[in-house]
Design a protein around this ligand. Structure first.
Ligand SMILES: [Mn+2]
Length: 389
């Protein structure tokens, strides 16, 4: 598996540079591309809904204008988005999952969503690093928090799955803020009902593929083994990025590759430029529906101190955000940012990082929507030209 992964990376070192040139140079479209676009726009409901109707208007839902009322004012929702629970006219639904019964060490991640929402008021609509106006391309809302049953993990899974299934069935892209990492299993169960088995792109210092902990199958160390067992993921089309720190035994790392996951440790990552990682991830994921799961302990504790199981020796937020921004042209159907523990946060360092990671995910979704919209417009023009001939 590691050999395959290395070949993805080595093979794409040069190709990545070419790809970036192609992105810039891609001005004209072919008939085949237009056919592919037709299929894609139907398949990708959440983006396709706006794209397929040639909708050039402002997205239906907008954040509060921070040039009309200052960012420190107002009720806290993610990025000052409207709190909306009906999915009509929505492209992306952001929600909180205030649950920490699955945590194995320090607890308090149930307060993560409110902390991230508070910090997220600092965000602005345009992302210069991805060159996209996120809330100009997508109609986004804050759904509020999904249902949980404090202290009871299986009941919580059932409750959150019910809420998230409704969002997924409405065709929106989902972005959840945890909560400990156990919550991701609930999200994947809901999304897989609509999208089928997904690719996972997983940033974390831990693989979270234990079979059990203290004899129990459900906690924040087991969600991705359970997800594979339940057929929610395509492990060979998935990648785990950033693993580090002491383990219980040498087999802990092997457990992830034995399940079929591609794995890049923090040490592996140190020699990879974002462009190379981006190309390798695109190669692995292909056209599959993909879920981005980001545990804030991917970052070094100096950059994300407010978390329950920190691992020293990790990437800075600058490095981590660089990797995220390289994950263009992927069919994202959902994502989450987990393990923010505000009681251990200082100066909202971790909450700001988590809010920004969520914003980068939205930026990737928005950039893809814009790109699809451009191709759609060019295909329409091509069709019109043909009709006139
Ligand atoms: Mn972790």
């Amino acid at each position: 598996m590691m050999t395959t992964l290395r070949s993805h990376i080595v093979g794409f070192t040069l190709v990545a540079a070419l790809l970036s040139v192609c992105h810039i140079a891609a001005a004209a479209v072919s008939g085949d591309q237009c056919k592919a676009q037709e299929t894609q726009a139907v398949a990708i409901n959440a983006y396709g809904r706006r794209l397929s109707i040639d909708d050039e208007s402002t997205p239906f839902y907008q954040p509060t204008d921070s040039l009309a009322s200052p960012r420190f004012s107002g009720v806290r929702t993610y990025a000052r988005l409207p709190h909306v629970t009906s999915m009509e006219g929505v492209d992306v639904a952001v929600f909180g999952i205030p649950f920490d019964t699955g945590a194995s060490f320090k607890i308090g991640q149930r307060y993560g969503p409110e902390s991230v929402r508070s910090a997220s008021h600092l965000l602005r609509p345009y992302n210069p690093d991805v060159n996209v106006t996120v809330f100009g391309a997508l109609s986004c809302v804050d759904f509020g928090d999904v249902s949980v049953v404090p202290g009871y993990i299986q009941a919580s899974y059932a409750a959150m799955e019910k809420d998230i299934t409704e969002l997924a069935e409405a065709g929106v892209v989902t972005l959840g803020f945890g909560g400990d990492h156990s919550v991701t299993l609930g999200e994947l169960r809901a999304l897989a009902k609509v999208h089928g088995p997904m690719s996972l792109v997983h940033f974390d210092s831990h693989s979270d593929v234990w079979d059990s902990y203290f004899g129990k199958k459900y906690n924040h160390g087991t969600p991705f083994r359970r997800a594979v067992e339940e057929g929610l993921l395509l492990p060979s089309k998935s990648i785990q990025i950033g693993m580090r720190g002491p383990l219980y035994s040498a087999t802990d790392r092997k457990d992830a590759t034995d399940l079929g996951f591609n794995v890049l440790t923090t040490s592996d990552l140190a020699s990879l430029k974002p462009l190379v990682l981006g190309a390798a991830v695109r190669r692995i994921v292909g056209a599959s529906p993909a879920f981005l799961s980001f545990d804030v302990d991917f970052f070094d504790p100096a950059y994300a101190p407010g978390t329950g199981t920190p691992e020293v020796g990790g990437p800075s937020t600058q490095v981590g955000l660089g990797y995220l921004r390289a994950l263009r042209d992927i069919n994202w159907v959902g994502g989450d940012v987990v393990e923010v523990l505000p009681a251990l946060d200082h100066g909202q360092i971790t909450a700001h990082a988590a809010a920004q990671v969520g914003f980068e995910f939205l930026s990737l979704v928005a950039a893809r929507a814009e790109a699809l919209r451009t191709v759609r417009a060019e295909c329409d023009a091509l069709r019109k030209d043909k009709e006139e001939l």
